[in-house]
Design a protein around this ligand. Structure first.
Ligand SMILES: [Zn+2]
Length: 424
């Protein structure tokens, strides 16, 4: 039986006991306890060494692993309803063409439903925080209020074929961002979409604006070929609207550096196709690279160059990307499932240790968001975002069990509030 108290904000004031606590950053604790008060972690300890038994109500999760809520560093929640609508394309340009066509048929209410459904899927797979790219910012802040997740919304910026110039586009985005940041402090950033949809000036203005800055770059072979050799399917697709800006002028990462964006601690989605030495450029810029394992598999990209990035000490985080670029599940439509992203990454990279992968999913994501002291660990003074999965195995295999976990967690909380209450 659970005995717990909640304060007036609905946040738990209790001790959560679990057979294995994986705080991340320090070794797992067998028969551990996490004390939660006012949305924060007060104590993490071994149950037998913790003196507060009589002072706190206890939620005993039994045979579980308790771990930090995941940090999802790349997502497009408003595309959730596009799950299964685009079969894996022959090349990246084919996918872009398909999604542009599909988006044109959708209405605001479709995007709203999609966003909220996607957020619920993330909650149910142990995610506590998400960096979401907002193609439909009109939905904010209404949709923020429909989820318990911590959401960092980055406003998508595109000036390819836009009648507006970059300065006026940025002015409008900044106005919106200021208004939204008053609603939820500093949770709104900027996302110039990609080199092929944002001009140098737009990229520079967005990077210089300060705050969270994210961009897609070096995602596909088609993108690399277009910028290195002015050839390939993406080049042909974009040429329909006239000469392609920067085609043949250099690799995507060097072109991004030219805009000044690499000096602003950018969060770069994908970075799958790097020219020699570019991992060092990314490290110098304190960039985060976000790997999206299932989207990667859907497109059939070359292997993600994680060893090069890791060796250069680039911060690597994990994202789900959207369901518009996600392989079908066996027997049904795909859903956003962070555990499945971990499993896919582990299966794709047999030399990648579960511990490193768990770091990508937690502390590295928190670092990318500028939240290294708040999120991604179960330590005193961190936010009480945690997830529990059923587990009866050995403690030294707990990280592996997390990475290969399937299905819904046994319990989860964000900001000390249950998003998945434990069974009573
Ligand atoms: Zn994306």
């Amino acid at each position: 039986m659970i005995h717990e108290r909640a304060d007036s904000s609905g946040s738990l004031n209790c001790a959560v006991r679990s057979r294995i606590v994986v705080p991340v950053g320090i070794p797992p604790i067998e028969d551990g306890v996490l004390v939660v008060e006012r949305g924060k972690i007060q104590t993490v300890a071994r149950w037998s060494e913790w003196p507060g038994h009589s002072r706190y109500p206890v939620v005993d999760l039994g045979e579980t692993i308790l771990l930090p809520g995941f940090v999802n560093c790349h997502c497009h929640l408003d595309y959730t309803a596009l799950a299964g609508t685009i079969p894996p394309p022959r090349n990246f340009a084919g996918w872009l063409d398909a999604i542009v066509t599909l988006k044109a048929k959708r209405e605001l209410s479709d995007y709203r439903r999609s966003w909220i459904a996607g957020a619920r899927m993330l909650e149910r797979s142990g995610v506590g925080s998400v960096l979401d790219i907002e193609a439909v910012p009109e939905l904010l802040p209404e949709v923020w209020n429909a989820t318990s997740l911590r959401v960092w919304s980055c406003l998508e910026l595109i000036d390819l074929r836009s009648p507006e110039n970059p300065v006026s586009l940025m002015a409008a985005a900044e106005k919106r961002r200021r208004r939204l940041n008053r609603t939820r402090s500093n949770h709104c950033g900027l996302a110039p979409h990609a080199l092929y949809t944002a001009s140098d000036e737009l990229l520079r203005l967005a990077a210089d604006a300060g705050g969270l800055f994210t961009v897609h770059a070096a995602e596909s072979e088609a993108e690399r070929d277009m910028y290195l050799t002015a050839s390939g399917p993406l080049h042909s697709w974009l040429e329909r609207w006239g000469p392609v800006n920067r085609a043949g002028e250099g690799s995507p990462i060097t072109l991004l550096e030219r805009t000044g964006a690499l000096r602003r601690r950018p969060i770069i989605a994908h970075a799958n196709y790097l020219s020699p030495g570019e991992e060092d450029l990314l490290a110098q810029g304190q960039a985060t690279v976000v790997h999206c394992p299932r989207s990667h598999r859907y497109f059939g990209h070359d292997p993600f160059p994680w060893e090069r990035l890791q060796k250069a000490e680039v911060n690597i985080a994990l994202g789900t990307d959207s369901l518009a670029s996600c392989p079908a599940n066996q027997g049904g439509q795909p859903v956003l499932d962070y555990f499945l992203e971990l499993t896919t990454a582990a299966n794709s990279h047999p030399t990648l240790s579960p511990t490193i992968l768990l770091n990508w999913a937690t502390v590295n994501g928190a670092k990318a968001l500028g939240q290294a002291q708040n999120l991604g660990k179960l330590l005193p003074q961190y936010q009480a975002d945690f997830t529990a999965i059923n587990y009866q195995g050995r403690t030294n295999e707990a990280c592996e069990a997390i990475v290969y976990h399937q299905g819904e967690p046994a319990a989860a909380a964000v900001n000390g509030r249950w998003t998945i209450p434990p069974a009573t």
